[in-house]
Design a protein around this ligand. Structure first.
Ligand SMILES: Nc1ncnc2c1ncn2[C@@H]1O[C@H](COP(=O)(O)OP(=O)(O)OP(=O)(O)O)[C@@H](O)[C@H]1O
Ligand SMILES: [Mg+2]
Ligand SMILES: [Zn+2]
Length: 273
């Protein structure tokens, strides 16, 4: 007589269930997936000390895809939190986390920025391969931070690891770690090499020590060497940036990003009133 045994185990092994096992039997017929997809699930033979058995896959192809997607989303969240924790506060607040290109109102003067951001996302794979980034430059309140946040948010939504870094916070952090005898500085530097895209917000907003700027140079030089793209948002023009950061940093940024995209007009903060 065929011996049928049910073994319960809530954790799937390689997507294969332990929940319905038919031991020492001929191959049982496929069953239809209960998720509604209608996929036929064929039992798989496996070996146990007591002899061979059959088991059905726990997940159909659709569920397996979803399971993998959730795992990737979880890893992405960990990666972002891992970097966030190295800084005294998070670079992105709710305002930045909510920024999208769809909630960026198009005005004259900023259309070039919106167009560049859209095109950047549309051609992400190519940009990634070439290590190509963007620089948004202009007066206060024109939505430079909004645009780079929106790009980071969209890539993260696609599960492409992107990170938004406040440059003043970075400079503050590496200055602090210098005070702590450098203990964690290597970790900060390595962590910022990891994202597929790194957005540098507020470049030039703070004068910093030569030593901290040297760390920023290292970061940019590293990303440049590995063709890892960066985005930049800044109030300063080329001359202003060069005077704060020096030619070595700026030369690399222009090589990676091309000419800055200039936003013009009245501050959105003022417009909204
Ligand atoms: N065109 C726009 N449509 C919708 N919201 C906008 C637009 N431009 C800016 N904002 C919003 O206005 C606020 C200020 O914009 P943001 O911080 O992006 O400007 P900025 O150019 O980075 O300014 P700053 O130079 O002061 O850093 C943000 O909340 C942003 O979401
Ligand atoms: Mg800004
Ligand atoms: Zn299914």
């Amino acid at each position: 007589m065929e011996q049928i045994q049910e073994i319960r185990d809530s954790t799937p092994m390689d997507g294969i269930s332990m929940s319905a096992i038919t031991r020492n039997s001929a191959k049982p017929p496929p069953v239809s997936c209960e998720c509604g997809c209608g996929e036929a699930l064929y039992p798989v033979r496996f070996w146990m000390p007591e002899g061979g058995a059959w088991r059905y896959p726990t997940l159909c192809s659709l569920q397996e895809e979803e399971y993998k997607r959730q795992k990737r989303a979880e890893t992405l969240r960990w990666n972002i939190e891992w970097i966030d924790e190295m800084f005294p506060r998070r670079s992105m607040g709710p305002r930045q986390l909510e920024a999208t290109l769809d909630n960026y109102e198009p005005f004259e003067g900023i259309l070039a920025g919106l167009k560049a951001a859209r095109s950047y996302l549309d051609h992400w794979e190519e940009n990634e391969k070439r290590g190509h980034g963007l620089i948004f430059q202009g007066e206060v309140g024109l939505g430079k931070t909004h645009l780079i946040s929106a790009i980071v948010n969209e890539l993260n939504r696609r599960l492409i690891f992107s990170y938004f870094l406040s440059v003043p916070l970075f400079l503050e952090r590496v200055r602090d770690s210098f005070d702590e005898v450098n203990a964690s500085e290597g970790k900060v530097m390595r962590s910022l090499a990891a994202p597929k895209l790194l957005a540098l917000n507020d470049m030039g907003a703070e004068k910093s020590s030569q030593w901290a700027i040297e760390r920023l140079y290292q970061l940019i030089d590293d990303r440049c060497n590995y063709r890892s793209p960066v985005l930049v948002a800044t109030n300063l023009d080329a001359r202003g940036l060069a005077s704060v950061y020096g030619a070595r940093i700026m030369d690399r940024l222009y090589e990676m990003c091309g000419a800055p995209i200039r936003l013009e007009g009245d501050s959105y903060r003022k417009r909204r009133k």
